[in-house]
Design a protein around this ligand. Structure first.
Ligand code: C2E
Ligand code: CA
Ligand code: CA
Length: 721
């Protein structure tokens, strides 16, 4: 009998197992089946090996229990065939005898246990229990293995999903840079629908073959260094033809032994960010452009000009060089705007900007200051004449009319010039002074230019007051004319004199013509002053000639402004004929500035004067910007060497050289030459030595009123005799 414990255990272990029972003895079989069914979940019965095998082939059994000796097919053969079908099958054999030869064979077949027949129930139970325990263990183990496998498959799937869902391209390659795998996004970038299509390929076979070598070089670098290369930006030609920006990282791929077996790469498409950054950059540039350039003309604006100017001033201070600021203003632009409209006005400004630009050199900065005002910066100026040349070109280029829409517009411009450091040290001062000079040019009758002089600032400051006083002085007859003798120091003969205006105001104070002439020029009173001096001087020289004193020629200063009056020559003629003054008694002193600025107008006008028989002398010669070519075209008789050169000769080498060269220039061009401001015997001697005989200065006589001059002439003539 089985003990309770064994029964319970057997029951527990077998209750879920299936048993195939093969036994040819019917009685035994029936009895056994009854018992076995109490323990096993199912028991199938066969009566010989062949039947048993047939059942076995149809369904699975956890344990096979079989008799050995049976008809048709014995237990040994059946066991062998079952083991072929399932080498793991647990088989228990019952045998009536100790058939040892069989037993050995059975062991070889792998039969699990054999039990002596007639069955010892306990022995059989123990064999069944042992088999059941083992079957159950295996079942459990394989169940576990299945679970692990399922688990693994699940996590692989998860990983795959993650790899495919992250918005990052992922790929990994072997040591030869052949693709081992990638995610779907990457496959799509490479031009494939599935990841598998990429396997084994290298970059040369993909859509970005142009970049392949670079990519492969990167792989090598990472693998050789054994360290990652993180977050670098690169360009990738994309299938859609657009190049994209990538942020790439590559890291070496290692196996369990920590050997490098390839490279793992990831990148994200940062084209959008890049484009946004680029757009911002462009917008910034546009803003910078707008802040620095004028939209209509494309020229630098006020802001940029100021910047360039202050840079230029710094540079000029370092190099001790000069720079010029030219303030340019279109004449009568307001009239165009008002009569033809702003659209035409804008077109004019645009065309003007282009035209001016054409006249300039690469390094010159032309800027639009606003409205019809332009600013020009010229650097590395050796002498003011250079600036004058450029500005003349600008004024000249305006002679071609502007064709705007159906209109033909004749335009002109006025310009004012200030020079660093002479006329100011700061951008603001230079611009302001150039502006002031520009207004002077406008006053001079437009289509002209003017250099800034300090007198101009004084003019703007005290000009208003002064001009009122000049009015007053004219009415009160506060002006008078003084005369300064001109001598031929070689022959000691009296040549003539220069008429110099004097103003003794109501308080009895003398005001220097150097102070009030510029104001009179600016406010238009110069014509009255000029007329007064001319008439007075003509009257005086005529009187002295009439008296037979031999006073020689009367030199009269002419302001540039006076010469611009169309009726200037006519007026002179009338005055002289009313007085009975002969033209050969008169000489006009004009400054270089006027003739150089208005060469055409000047040439015509000066020829008319010459026709009258009046002589012309160039005053303050050497201080202006005369060009020789102009000088040859002018009907000039005489050059008057400026006193600033005389005052330091002999002794100042530079001035000596200038004086000498003016003298030889005059000789070469057959001009007379006279030196003014001669104060010493040494100066006289120097000048005589160099070939200049005509002198004027305190050494001979100061400017003096008519009565004194009369005595001077008489004395001088007498002393000669
Ligand atoms: P400017 O035409 O160069 O006249 C010569 C100036 O030198 C005069 O000054 C004269 O007094 C001064 N001078 C003459 N000899 C000597 C000398 O030996 N040493 C020194 N240090 N100075 C000498 P002034 O009379 O004060 O006239 C100044 C300027 O005013 C003139 O320079 C001229 O440009 C202008 N001016 C004078 N009278 C008239 C005039 O009637 N009409 C016009 N438009 N301008 C005039
Ligand atoms: Ca003079
Ligand atoms: Ca002079």
């Amino acid at each position: 009998m089985l003990n309770k414990e064994l029964t319970r255990t057997l029951y527990k272990e077998c209750q879920s197992l299936s048993l195939l029972y093969v036994e040819d003895e019917r009685d035994l079989s029936e009895a056994m089946v009854m018992t076995l069914r109490e323990f096993f979940a199912s028991v199938s019965v066969a009566y010989n090996g062949q039947e048993g095998l047939a059942l076995y082939e149809k369904s699975d059994f956890d344990i096979v229990l079989t008799d050995l000796m049976m008809p048709v097919m014995n237990g040994r053969e059946m066991s062998r065939q079952i083991r072929l079908l399932n080498p793991e099958q647990s088989i228990i054999v019952l045998s009536a005898h100790e058939e040892s030869a069989y037993l050995m064979e059975l062991i070889e077949i792998g039969v699990y246990k054999f039990v002596q027949k007639p069955s010892n129930l306990k022995e059989l139970s123990e064999a069944l229990l042992s088999a059941a325990i083992q079957v159950n263990y295996k079942k459990k183990a394989s169940l576990h293995a299945d679970e692990t496998k399922a688990h693994l498959a699940e996590s692989r799937e998860l990983l795959r999903n993650i790899i495919d869902t992250v918005p990052v391209r992922i790929f990994w390659k072997d040591v030869d840079s052949r693709y081992l795998g990638c995610n779907t996004l990457f496959a799509k970038d490479a031009g494939f629908d599935t990841q598998d299509a990429l396997l084994g390929k290298n970059d040369f076979e993909l859509s970005w073959e142009d970049k392949a070598q670079a990519y492969i070089d990167d792989d090598r670098e990472v693998m050789q260094a054994g360290s990652e290369k993180i977050n670098y930006e690169e360009l990738q030609p994309h299938l859609n033809g657009k190049t994209r920006w990538l942020n790439t990282s590559k890291t070496p791929l290692r196996n369990e032994k920590n050997e490098i077996v390839g490279v793992l790469g990831t990148y994200s498409d940062i084209t959008a960010q890049k484009e946004a950054a680029l757009a911002i950059e462009k917008a910034k540039e546009a803003l910078v452009y707008q802040a620095n350039y004028d939209t209509l003309t494309g020229l630098p604006n006020r802001v940029l000009f100021l910047d360039r100017l202050s840079q230029a001033l710094k540079k000029s201070s370092r190099n001790a060089s000069r720079a010029a600021v030219v303030f340019i203003d279109l004449d009568r632009f307001k009239e165009i705007n008002d009569s033809l409209g702003h659209e035409v006005g804008d077109l004019v400004i645009k065309l003007l900007a282009e035209r001016l630009k054409e006249q300039l050199r690469q390094g010159d900065t032309l800027a639009r200051f606003g409205g019809d005002e332009f600013l020009l910066l010229l650097e590395n100026i050796a002498e003011a004449g250079e600036v004058a040349e450029v500005v003349e070109k600008l004024i000249f280029c305006m002679q071609i009319p502007f064709e705007v829409k159906e209109h033909t517009l004749h335009l002109s411009l006025s310009a004012g010039i200030s020079i660093f450091p002479d006329d100011g040290n700061s951008p603001e001062t230079l611009i302001r002074n150039a502006d002031t000079a520009m207004y002077t040019a406008k006053d001079e009758g437009r289509s002209t230019y003017s250099f800034y002089t300090t007198a101009m600032t004084e003019k703007t400051l005290s000009g208003m007051l002064m001009s009122k006083n000049i009015h007053h002085a004219l009415e009160n007859k506060e002006f008078m004319v003084y005369y300064q003798a001109q001598i031929d120091a070689q022959t000691k003969s009296f040549l003539g004199m220069e008429a110099l205006i004097r103003w003794k105001n109501s308080e009895g104070k003398f005001i220097s013509p150097a102070d009030f002439i510029p104001v009179a020029e600016a406010c238009g009173l110069i014509h009255h002053i000029g007329n007064y001096v001319f008439e007075e001087a003509c009257r005086q020289i005529t009187q002295w000639h009439a008296k037979g004193y031999g006073p020689g020629r009367m030199a009269i200063n002419m302001s540039a402004i006076e010469l611009q009056r169309e009726d200037f020559v006519e007026n002179m003629k009338n005055t002289m004929s009313a007085i009975g003054c002969r033209s050969e008694w008169i000489e006009l002193e004009i400054t270089e500035g006027y003739t150089m600025k208005h060469p055409r107008a000047a040439i015509t006008m000066l020829h008319e004067i010459k026709e009258l028989g009046i002589r012309l002398s160039v005053d303050d010669f050497g201080t202006g910007y005369s060009s020789l070519s102009y000088l040859t075209k002018l009907p000039v008789h005489k050059l008057k060497i400026d006193q600033s050169f005389i005052c330091e000769v002999p002794g100042n080498n530079n001035n000596e050289a200038i004086v000498e060269s003016i003298i030889s220039l005059a000789r070469a061009m057959r001009f007379d030459v006279i030196a003014e401001g001669v104060e010493t015997a040494q100066q006289e001697e120097f000048l005589l030595q160099k070939g200049c005989h005509n002198m004027q200065g305190y050494f001979y006589a100061r400017p003096m009123p008519a009565e004194e001059m009369e005595k001077f002439i008489l004395q001088y003539q007498q002393s000669k005799i």
